[in-house]
Write a new protein. Structure first.
Length: 300
């Protein structure tokens, strides 16, 4: 299974997208999620997009998808309109550089939108149900734009909504142009059984994000990790190491489950969520090496 990385994850260690692409190619990645609609890569800049496509091709990298940030429950209607305009321009860009997938989120920032999004699956109506209806209404507008351009939107599970909440949204909208991204650790933090959830997603799953999480009680894992550890929702301390160095996900079982459901997408390593004492390039390289070895073991 091919392995990708996100260009926006390396802003602190490489100021340009082009520089990050060259470095990731040198490390041996197969593809990139290309940040777009950002301050350093505007959604309407097709000239830059075409140059980046050429750079990726010369470095044998696939652009797996465009990766903007969206927040469709934002109470500021103008902010939502800007996101929708951004999606329109990004769909044009996707067509121009032969990319068929654009990542979106219903809610992007933990403190954004109306506040903490409730989990919806198997729950009765809640006071913030308006967020749910508003998010779906705005996402439908984005999906219609994607349909017009023949582009697929990949809905990324962010923060307070579970993967199953996102699956319900995808099924409710019912468009062939809306699929699922699955962020494994976001699902774990929300208390989901990642294997059962992945099976539930099935053919609707088109992309997956991989980072890692180590949970423990007490101290003793080393000074740097003790300093950076945070108390998580389970009452345990949490550290964010490179993929393969955590203890909350059986990655071999996860990859076997992806194989079981016929998943054809990339394994996309997230480096930005690792703890501060880990160098970003080390996180990328260590995760890549681990997943390459695991791919061989699983037969992918």
């Amino acid at each position: 299974m091919k392995i990708s990385a996100m260009t926006q994850e390396y802003r602190l260690v490489e100021p340009t997208i082009e520089g990050a692409i060259k470095k990731l190619a040198k490390l041996g990645f197969d593809g990139i999620e290309l940040e777009a609609g950002s301050g350093r890569f505007h959604a309407w800049d097709l000239d830059q997009a075409k140059k980046i496509k050429e750079l990726c091709a010369s470095n044998k990298l696939t652009i797996t998808n465009l990766a903007p940030q969206t927040d469709f429950v934002n109470p500021d209607e103008w902010e939502v309109e800007k996101d929708l305009l951004n999606i329109r321009e990004l769909c044009k860009m996707a067509n121009a550089i032969d990319v068929d997938l654009v990542r979106v989120q219903v809610i992007c920032h933990a403190l954004g939108g109306f506040g903490a999004m409730p989990q919806i699956v198997d729950q009765p109506p809640v006071p913030m149900l308006r967020q749910w209806s508003t998010g779906i209404s705005n996402l439908k507008k984005a999906v219609k734009i994607a349909e017009d351009f023949g582009v697929t939107l990949g809905l990324d599970n962010h923060f307070f909504l579970t993967v199953l909440d996102h699956l319900r949204i995808v099924k409710e909208i019912g468009s062939p142009n809306l699929k699922l991204f699955l962020d494994v650790i976001n699902a774990v933090i929300n208390g989901e059984d990642i294997i059962a959830t992945t099976r539930e997603c099935g053919k609707l799953l088109v992309h997956t994000h991989l980072k890692d999480l180590y949970r423990y009680r007490g101290s003793g894992r080393g000074a740097a990790e003790t300093i950076s550890a945070r108390l998580g929702p389970t009452g345990q301390f949490e550290v964010r190491p490179p993929v393969g160095e955590g203890n909350t996900v059986n990655w071999e079982e996860y990859l076997r489950t992806l194989k079981e459901i016929g998943y054809k997408g990339f394994l996309s390593i997230e480096a930005a969520h690792s703890d501060f004492h880990y160098d970003r390039w080390y996180v990328a390289e260590a995760g890549l090496k681990y997943l390459r070895e695991l791919n061989k073991k699983v037969g992918l």
